[in-house]
Design a protein around this ligand. Structure first.
Ligand code: ZN
Ligand code: ZN
Length: 276
């Protein structure tokens, strides 16, 4: 499975996933022209998108969702809570409601959703699964990582996971106290320390790609996150591909391949099954 973070952080989030001819965007925090520009940076184009899937209604995740969906006549998948809390108009844009903690197909991909704790109406994280069984987890905008989220994301081949802020930088920084308190709450964002503790619980032999996402521009630095993640991997004797998602450009392409032998391929979703 191909995964390309097109941009990650409070100025906009969008992640391109592709497998077996299905291309989707998880979150659409950039307008259609900017999304198109960033897709071109990874050798793709807007027309490759067949669906947009939203984690929650915050503007940095949905800014371009409607314009992209309408331009391409593709659906937006979202929870009812996200739809109702957003400005997306289901009369104008095709929307598909998914239940939180459910599995639903999008083209040749299966999407497993799990609720997260964040100050949004009905926020979700996802495991995206390809036909050969490759599984990639993506979770950002988490105030707290509980057992349900760890269980959901464990055993993935690739993991794209929030590492939002350095606690000291946040405490000493210029944000107003009310905003600092919101970010640090159980419904805010994950500190680097809490993120590494959670990643540690999800490290296993299957994990091949780890990419840290949604870094704060003001209260974090790529080098801090990279050092902490490399240290964690070294302490556990784990070797894998480590990435840090950028905010202002596409980060590049991660080709997530299963370490375990591929499962026997599932028949294509729309083939007619023989009747006996
Ligand atoms: Zn966000
Ligand atoms: Zn958010």
């Amino acid at each position: 499975m191909i995964v390309a973070p097109l941009g990650s952080g409070s100025a906009g989030n969008a992640y391109y996933f592709e497998s077996d001819g299905t291309g989707i965007l998880v979150d659409a925090g950039f307008g259609s022209r900017e999304t198109s520009r960033r897709l071109e940076q990874v050798g793709r184009k807007l027309a490759d998108l067949q669906a947009v899937i939203l984690t929650h209604e915050h503007y940095d995740h949905i800014r371009g969702a409607e314009s992209i969906a309408r331009k391409l006549s593709i659906p937006i998948y979202l929870t009812r809570g996200t739809l109702e809390a957003s400005t997306i108009d289901p009369a104008q844009t095709r929307t598909v409601i998914f239940d939180i903690n459910s599995t639903f197909p999008v083209g040749e991909l299966n999407v497993h959703s799990c609720r997260t704790l964040h100050d949004a109406a009905e926020p979700a994280c996802f495991v995206i699964e390809a036909r050969d069984g490759t599984r990639v987890g993506i979770a950002s905008d988490l105030g707290y990582v509980d057992d349900a989220v760890v269980r959901h994301l464990r055993g993935c081949d690739g993991l794209f996971f929030e590492s939002n802020h350095d606690l000291d930088m946040l405490r000493m920084g210029t944000y107003p106290w009310s905003l600092k308190r919101r970010i640090m709450s159980r419904f805010g964002h994950l500190s680097n320390d809490d993120s590494m503790l959670a990643v540690q619980r999800m490290l296993d032999a299957d994990l091949k790609t780890l990419c840290m996402i949604h870094l704060s521009q003001k209260n974090n630095h790529e080098s801090i996150v990279r050092d902490m993640a490399s240290g964690l991997l070294a302490r556990h004797g784990v070797q894998l591909e480590l990435g840090i998602a950028a905010q202002f450009e596409a980060t590049g392409i991660f080709d997530v391949v299963r370490r375990r032998p591929a499962r026997p391929p599932v028949p294509a979703r729309y083939t007619q099954m023989a009747l006996f």
